[in-house]
Design a protein around this ligand. Structure first.
Ligand code: NAD
Ligand code: GLY
Length: 378
């Protein structure tokens, strides 16, 4: 299902089970300069709507634009605001207006250059504009390279919750240039590494070890690309088996497992009005919470909990949980994409690489509350 071809650079082909799409993900230092060749292979001679934000465009916009022009394409650029609050219906509307005013047609292309905010928003615009046009993801944060650019979840936030409006819409290609990580702020790297730890914990000791080595900067030259590739291969394997996160699927290959650490993560983001944590940082705390809960349910051993705590802390300093009220967290557990039939589904671990999905209905409220007390009092 996942075809892998390692040449000079890492190249991963993702094929979803429905066979609806097959797209290449390339990982290669400096590949931003050859984005034109990839785009021209998809829409030869076409117009390309680059969607980005001011910061990323200031750093890499010229490289992307020149590369597209060199390949005979006609780029136009639309900049959205920087930050989670701009992943909104309002930004979607202004983006669609830009596409319409620039007469982008079904034989043209969108290229999303930025982190997960740009990628999710631009992907959703590609899904709905003219009922769907092609798009390329060019992720520029660690989180977007290993997670959000792969798998076709696109969407926006609304007044009733994060990521609750969107579409499953796969890109035509993902182009990863790890060199752009050199300009990424430290907190954003930490946030990305927390998602990498999440995927390592779900996949098994091999990926967790590789992630630990990446954190300890113990990878030989060129090995960082392999770390990215292995992370992406894991994510792609889950997507391939359960592209649309089927509600009924509850085994270890369900796409739901990728929400490991997210129930508590989303709750603390909400309880702090989305001001204190980067998403990945909240997931870091969420991993520690889910590990502790797994231990209290006698699924996970103390040494495995300690291992996960150690790797999360190695990812970087996380903003404190100090002052977060447990009642606010419990209330925030209330509405979540993972609430199915009014029963929260918890992604837990019965070992490293052994995810289990437990219904909230099967989970004693006292265990949940005592885990909350343990974690919030640290
Ligand atoms: P982000 O897109 O907000 O980017 C973080 C910050 O880094 C921004 O200020 C951005 O301008 C800046 N930046 C980006 N690339 C840079 C670079 N190379 N150098 C310097 N600065 C750079 O955040 P993110 O962590 O990339 O993405 C978070 C979003 O992703 C959330 O909205 C989350 O819901 C979404 N997400 C989606 C999926 C999915 O499957 N679609 C998965 C995980 C997360
Ligand atoms: N990041 C969760 C997913 O892609 O399903």
């Amino acid at each position: 299902m996942i075809e892998t071809d390692t040449l000079m650079a890492e190249l991963i082909n993702v094929r979803t089970r429905q066979g609806s799409s097959l797209y290449p993900i390339s990982i290669d230092g400096g590949s931003l300069r050859s984005i034109g060749e990839v785009a021209a292979g998809i829409v030869p001679g076409g117009k390309v709507a680059i969607i980005s934000n001011r910061k990323v465009n200031g750093l890499y916009g010229l490289i992307v634009t020149n590369a597209l022009k060199k390949s005979g394409l006609k780029p136009v650029t639309h900049l959205i605001g920087d930050g989670e609050r701009f992943k909104s219906l309002r930004t979607l509307e202004s983006t669609l207006k830009f596409l319409g005013e620039n007469k982008i047609s079904r034989t043209d292309l969108i290229v999303a250059v930025g982190g997960g905010v740009v990628g999710d928003l631009a992907g959703f615009a590609a899904a709905v504009y003219l009922r769907g046009i092609k798009f390329i993801q060019v992720p520029t944060t660690l989180l977007s390279m290993i997670d959000s650019s792969v798998g076709g979840k696109t969407g926006v936030n609304t007044s009733f919750g994060k990521n609750l409006v969107g579409a499953f819409y796969q890109p035509s290609a993902v182009v990863i240039d790890p060199d752009v990580l050199a300009t990424l702020p430290k907190r954003e790297l930490t946030a990305g590494f927390c998602e990498a730890v999440k995927q390592g914990a779900l996949s098994g000791t091999k990926l967790l070890d590789l992630t630990q080595k990446a954190l300890d900067e113990k990878l030989a030259f060129g090995q960082f690309d392999r770390f990215l590739a292995e992370q992406i291969r894991f994510k792609a394997s889950i997507v391939a088996a359960d592209e649309r996160e089927s509600a009924e699927k509850t085994d270890a290959k369900s796409r739901k497992i990728l929400n490991f650490g997210h129930t508590f993560g989303h709750a603390i983001e909400k309880a702090t009005q989305y001001r204190r944590f980067k998403h990945g940082e909240a997931v870091g705390h969420g991993i520690i919470f889910a590990a502790e809960l797994s231990k209290k349910l006698e699924l996970l051993k103390q040494d495995e909990v300690d291992l996960l705590n150690g790797v999360v802390h190695r990812a970087g300093k996380l903003p404190t949980l100090h002052g977060i009220d447990s009642a606010a967290v419990i209330e925030a557990f209330g509405f979540d994409k993972k609430v199915i039939g009014n029963s929260l589904q918890w992604i837990l671990l019965s070992g490293i690489g052994k995810p289990v999905i437990k219904s909230g209905a099967d989970l004693p409220a006292t265990t949940l509350k005592s885990t909350l007390r343990t974690i919030l009092s640290r």
